[in-house]
Design a protein around this ligand. Sequence first.
Ligand code: HEC
Length: 117
Amino acid sequence: MRNLLMTGLIVLPAVLLAQTAPAGNADNGKRLFMEKNCYYCHGTTGQGGRDGARLTNTALNADGLIRYVRKPAGAMPAYTEKLISDQELRDVHAYLKSLPAAKAPKDIPLLNQMSER
Ligand code: HEC
């Protein structure tokens, strides 16, 4: 009985954590987006900037994004696997997909989460 209780105490938090973590890690993607300088051209939240395309509403899936970043079509510099790995780009993709394109702040879950903390 005691063992059963202990198992529950360990398993339950793990299950809860697994449910809140998205498939591609959007939080890590957000960090990478800044660290790898994507923000410099695409804006701090992928909104697009002076030089880069808007990314929040990209039609590319994760594989398409990886292909594009390895071999961009236009003015964007290519990123090799040394600079950013495929898995890291999947995280960046998850981050971009987590960003609603041009919604009111109250409709952006991330912002609401921050004000609840
Ligand atoms: C020096 C500026 C610059 C940097 C840094 C940069 N980009 Fe770009 N990116 C561009 C430009 C400009 C375009 C528009 C098309 C082109 O010229 O290649 C673009 C296009 C894209 C596209 C295609 C969008 C679409 O929907 O067709 C993706 C995806 C993308 N960038 C992702 C990234 C990611 C991820 C990073 C960081 C790892 C990054 N970019 C860093 C300038 C940049």
